[in-house]
Design a protein around this ligand. Sequence first.
Ligand code: ADP
Length: 269
Amino acid sequence: MTMEKEMVHQQMSPDGSKNGPVLEVRDLWAGYQKRSALEGVSFSVKSGSVVGVVGPNGAGKSTLFKVILGLHKRWRGEIRVLGIDGKDGRASLGYMPQVEQVDWQFPISAYDVVLMGRYGRLGLFRRVRRKDKEAAWRCLEQVGLADLARRQIGELSGGQQRRILIARALAQEPTLLLLDEPMAGLDATAQHELLALLEELRKEGKSILVATHDLSCVATSFNHALCLNKRVFAYGPPKAILTKEVLNATFESHLLLLDREGDVYAVHK
Ligand code: ADP
């Protein structure tokens, strides 16, 4: 039995260069059969920044994550994590899948889910050591869920489920976190708590890539926005690049833009 439908690469983090970009993607092309999903995607992520990857359904956000994680093959291009392409670079990644990809009825506790984040770090005989257990507790505390450690995961609220998955990703001791739609379906309070957690992690020096539909979160809380629809339409500080022109080009007819006294309001159709 597996708890989730996607496997994640988990290994020891190498020491990367501290000053270069945490992630560098250069001229990345990928797709399925002969249909392209990503065309010439290039961008780089600096240390300690939160980047929102925005685009309509089918824009290639998940494909971009899968290719960065090594779960889907690229056609061509470079992906460097802490300056390293390939498996050794991916060892510095932590991944949170979409909540729908997890079987929440699986009979497993919140603590065990977080401990799973350590599996890539276990030794030859894959025995859980004291330091793995301690790391799992630390990550649970970091996301504020140590009290609920023994709960079956299905008994957690939507916001708590996201935080457990983030704790599991943190247990991998990543430099760069990839979060797939962490805000989707959360109420305003849970969203606010999640954004506060991301800001805390950013301050600790983590870099975070967030695939999201929520343009307002990106505009108000993130350092950079990457407007993606097969190719990159714009990349930079949200206030500078989330213009009507860029959003129209990225979302095509999926977004209704309202212009009110110079501010653009976006509504998903
Ligand atoms: P997003 O995450 O932005 O919604 P995806 O990366 O899931 O976009 O999809 C990008 C494109 O790739 C879409 O056209 C989608 O239909 C296609 N696609 C995604 N996964 C597969 C797959 N497993 N097989 C074939 N086509 C796929």
